[in-house]
Ligand binder design. Structure first.
Ligand code: CP
Length: 332
């Protein structure tokens, strides 16, 4: 697959002939919604944007004159900064809006907030919200494009895409993004994780085997129906995988006590230097952040040679440039 001048229309077939590919989505709400071809095209477009971040002048005019709003109803460090920088590097005007400090605190609804912002001539709303389905609800209610920056425990599509791009780069699979033969473990609080859901959909579509690991209380059986292997033993799974993606325990989304203690969780499911000796030497260690060092991952691993954690963050910028660029050019 190749990216043409504007990054939109050219895809190669395996036989080498060219076929027209038109990015079809005005919104980016989930990886469940995307085809394998869509995912490959977005990632290829992201690769095309990688070079912008290493130039002395980190800007291209692709979205000059467009307006992007970051509408965040939940805290964020990586996603928010990354979308802001991505939009700025594409020369869009960027408006930052947080739930806190907006008229939402006076009772204004999400939809009224978004419609009022849209009335100021906005092209893309990037939305993070604590309710699953909030971004899709927004997309049905406004005319501009909507990108889901994390909705409750549903999906975090750009996190899934940046994780997949990181795996592709580190395992030499950026040509075609064919993940067959690759085994990825996602470990921890699967039940409450939008990152896990987006990774599962994206990785399976590209041909990877996905093993979900965690305590039974945090491991919904429904994931087996979409092709995942489920396990309660990190020690058993670790020697079999090429990539391990460690998740934070999302205490803010849990309603009961999912395991006896943080100490016991860490003993069974935390990745430390000793446990890492069970893995393949070139195991790729990932974490979406924010990390709870000493709980799901120890510093010796997070900052060690197997870790791709900061590369994930760097790749997020190119993925979000690609997402903003493609939804902005999609048919209305
Ligand atoms: N990975 C991620 O979504 O991080 P933030 O919550 O800091 O955006």
């Amino acid at each position: 697959m190749r990216v043409n001048g504007r990054g939109l229309n050219v895809a190669d077939t395996q036989a080498g002939e060219q076929t027209e590919y038109h990015w079809p989505h005005r919104h980016l709400l989930s990886l469940e919604d995307l085809s394998a071809e869509d995912i490959r095209f977005l990632l290829t477009t992201a690769l095309g944007f990688d070079g912008v971040s290493t130039r002395s002048i980190k800007k291209v005019p692709a979205l000059r004159g467009r307006v992007v709003v970051n509408l965040f109803f939940e805290d964020s460090t990586r996603t928010r900064a990354s979308f802001n920088l991505a939009a700025s590097r594409l020369s869009a005007d960027v408006l930052e809006m947080a739930g806190k400090g907006s008229s939402v605190s006076k009772g204004e609804t999400l939809i009224d907030t978004a419609r009022n912002i849209e009335a100021m001539g906005v092209d893309v709303i990037v939305c993070r919200h604590h309710h699953s389905g909030a971004a899709a609800h927004l997309a049905r209610s406004v005319d501009c494009s909507v990108i889901n920056a994390g909705d409750g425990q549903h999906e975090h599509p750009t996190q899934g895409l940046l994780d997949i791009l990181t795996i592709a780069k580190r395992t030499g699979r950026t040509e075609g993004f064919d993940f067959s033969g690759l085994t990825v473990a996602i470990v921890g609080d699967i039940a409450h994780s939008r990152v896990a859901r987006s990774n599962v959909y994206g990785l399976i579509k590209l041909g990877a085997k996905v093993i979900l690991v965690g305590p039974p209380t945090l491991l919904p059986g429904a994931f087996a129906d979409i092709g995942c292997e489920l396990s309660n033993s990190l020690d058993e799974v670790l020697p079999r995988v090429d990539v391990v993606n460690m998740l934070r325990i999302q205490f803010e989304r849990q309603t009961g006590q999912a395991f006896p203690s943080v100490r016991e969780y860490s003993t069974r499911f935390g990745l430390n230097a000793q446990r890492l000796t069970r893995a393949k030497p070139d195991l790729l260690v990932m974490h979406p952040g924010p990390m709870n060092r000493g709980v799901e991952i120890d510093s010796a691993v997070a900052d060690g040679p197997n870790s791709a954690i900061l590369q994930q963050v760097a790749n997020g910028l190119s993925v979000r440039m690609a997402a903003l660029f493609l939804v902005s050019g999609a048919p209305a």
